[in-house]
Ligand binder design. Structure first.
Ligand code: ZN
Ligand code: ZN
Length: 375
């Protein structure tokens, strides 16, 4: 068992300094040379040499035996098994404990590797499988994104079969407890080096067998159909944000866990307000007299109310005022309302207005704002 684990971690070819295509003869001579070099008798008290000697012996133990070498090559050919052996680190510590969702993959890999469990007409893809992860878009109004909402996502995907409710058996018939595994779905497998549960080859890990399959899903317990998934959107979601709904993806097979559903939020624009993170933005026109003399102006808020913003005398166009706490409220923070003023230039003037503006121009004669340009 321990030796087998090492197969995923140790490159015996490199340890012996031979290529993967090396002949048995080449392997043998490489081993002889190295074992002489690192033999404890030749290196008394040298711990590093002793370690090397052990490594070399372990490598030759496997590569020197054509049968074992073949299995070792197979194991290594499977490459990095994400979440399996690789991440656990060396030794038989916590890394040796397989998480539930790994069992299916491992069982499958081993089943494919040794080919036994496929024999006798066993179905392909047996063992517990995690359901698919699914993706969908959700269109939200600006307000719903700011305040949060509970809504329904519509998508067409794999789902638990609505005819048999996932049992795979034709309605009115009953699945039978699997005679091979007694309903456990797994068989305790002890290969000498491997020792863990593998999915039952008769029932495929379900624990029961079906005589009369469901006509809708043909026994799989899963069908492709439109689904509705209720989602709670938290306050303050942003356009393009991806929300993960754990376990709301495709259904698992043979007792495997369901996948996740990823919802990408698309937020519609607002006619008045914009968003900058948790801050709301709004652009408000002011008149030239308001900008020049100062004024208190009413500014709408997203909740339908208004706030008064004091514009100081001599405010230039484009200046932004911050109204604290009137932005997007999330669980973590309270955004502000950013009010940007824009001095409006009238397109039409009454006779009286024209007179007043001309009087202003005459009064400010000689004080051009472009004086510093020197032209
Ligand atoms: Zn069905
Ligand atoms: Zn079984």
């Amino acid at each position: 068992m321990a030796a087998q684990r090492e197969w995923f971690e140790k490159d015996y070819y490199r340890i012996l300094g031979v290529s993967e295509n090396a002949s048995q003869k080449e392997i043998k001579s490489a081993y002889r040379k190295l074992s002489r070099q690192y033999h404890p008798d030749a290196n008394p008290g040298d711990v590093a040499a002793e370690e090397r000697f052990k490594e070399v012996s372990a490598a030759y133990d496997v590569l020197g035996d054509p049968e074992k070498r073949k299995e070792y090559d197979e194991v290594r050919r499977l490459g990095p098994m994400a979440g399996g052996f690789g991440a656990g680190g060396p030794g038989g510590g916590p890394g040796a404990t397989f998480r539930f969702d790994d069992i299916g993959d491992l069982g499958d890999i081993l089943g494919g590797m040794f080919g036994r469990r496929r024999a006798g007409g066993a179905r392909r893809g047996t063992g517990p499988h995690r359901g698919q992860d699914l993706e969908t878009d959700l269109h939200l109004s600006f307000d719903d994104a700011v305040h949060g909402v509970t809504t329904t996502v519509h998508l067409t995907s794999e789902a638990v079969c609505s005819t048999c409710h996932g049992s795979g058996a034709r309605p009115g018939t009953t699945p039978h407890t699997c005679p091979r595994c007694g309903g456990r779905g797994v068989l305790a497998e002890n290969q000498g080096f491997f020792s863990f549960s593998t999915p039952c080859d008769v029932c495929g890990g379900r624990g029961y067998t079906i005589d009369d399959p469901c006509p809708t899903c043909r026994g799989s317990g899963v069908e492709h159909r439109p689904r509705e998934v209720k989602v709670r959107i938290p306050a303050g979601v942003r356009d393009g944000q991806r929300i993960r709904l754990r376990g709301r993806g495709g259904p698992g097979r043979n007792g495997g866990p369901p996948g996740d559903l990823y919802v990408t939020v698309r937020v519609a624009p607002h006619p008045l307000f914009g968003r900058r993170g948790d801050d709301l933005t709004i652009t408000v026109p002011i008149t030239f007299p308001e900008a020049t003399l100062g004024a208190d102006i009413a500014v709408p808020t997203l909740d339908g109310g208004s706030v008064t913003v004091r514009i100081p005398p001599g405010t230039r166009s484009g200046r932004t005022f911050r109204v604290r706490g009137k932005g997007v409220h999330t669980k973590k923070s309270k955004g502000d309302l950013l009010v940007t003023v824009e001095v409006a230039v009238p397109q039409k003037l009454s006779a009286a207005e024209r007179k007043a503006v001309e009087a202003l121009a005459a009064a400010s004669d000689g004080q051009s704002p472009r004086a510093h340009l020197g032209v």
